[in-house]
Write a protein that binds this ligand. Sequence first.
Ligand SMILES: [Zn+2]
Ligand SMILES: [Zn+2]
Length: 346
Amino acid sequence: MTTVSAYAAPSAKAPLERTTIERRAVREFDVLIDIEFAGICHSDIHQAREGWGEAIFPMVPGHEIAGVVSEVGPGVTRFAVGDRVGVGCLVDSCRECDNCKAGLEQYCTGGSVGTYNAIGKDGEPTYGGYAQKIVVDENYVVRIPDGLALDVAAPLLCAGITTYSPLKHWNAGPGKKVAILGMGGLGHMGVKIAHALGAEVTVLSQSLRKKDDGLKLGADHYYATSDENTFKELKGTFDLILSTVSAPLNLDAYLSLLKTDGAFVNVGAPEEPVALNLFSVIGGRKTLAGSGIGGIQETQEMLDFCAEHGFGAEIELISADQINEAYERVLASDVRYRFVIDTSTI
Ligand SMILES: [Zn+2]
Ligand SMILES: [Zn+2]
């Protein structure tokens, strides 16, 4: 076991504070990673505050992890000391179900293990990336290409793959009109990736406040959803709408913006069930779907894609003592576009 400095929430209503945790000794197929940067995902806040139900405390959040390998187990074949690597939302899965075999570990039916706020197969709680080191099985570690700086790569491990996977699955590319709904941590990655895939990209955001940024990141058009004319003007326009919004939406209104056979895909989810008039999907043979993060192989593909196209996330780098303040700013949508913790300050 190794004692490691970390930032943890001691309980659901308490602020995060500096502490130490124990990391397991490196096993046969494990790599020890010296974490350099960890992104702050909105779901860290949901979980640290028990917004998604009962959680395990103390909690060290963080599933957007970038660092350097500092030790490998004797059975490790894919990584060596000094490699630049990342860890996302999963650190293990059953490896036997159809989904695991198909590289869809995120949909593992035999029990996947979250990077934090979960119980590992050894019965111990998992602790995430707001820490100086982490030990992970090599099969759940990805390589960060040399062309990508580690700080801007960290948010790709959740925000990047969460948008890349559905954009690929629903064939965003040349000749396709894609709308990204919401211009936050996920949305800004959706814009960059959809643009790099060759799609014609429209941002649908509550206001035009971030319009300049959106256009700079690759959007071709930018509309305010608070303006009713937006819905009249864009009726029947899109092949794909990717919703990164977790506030309740008028789904019928958004479905009317799709072409025949278009798809509305949710990666954000409101806490309450939503109402829907099913005629909104019957007319035009439309699809209403969801998507969650991505598999390990696909996460590697996404990192390689981002490196090839020369972009990471847009970030605000913070020190560990700013984490609690950053949480408040995320809740107020006051971040452009992802906070990343310099974990050397933990
Ligand atoms: Zn996340
Ligand atoms: Zn599985």
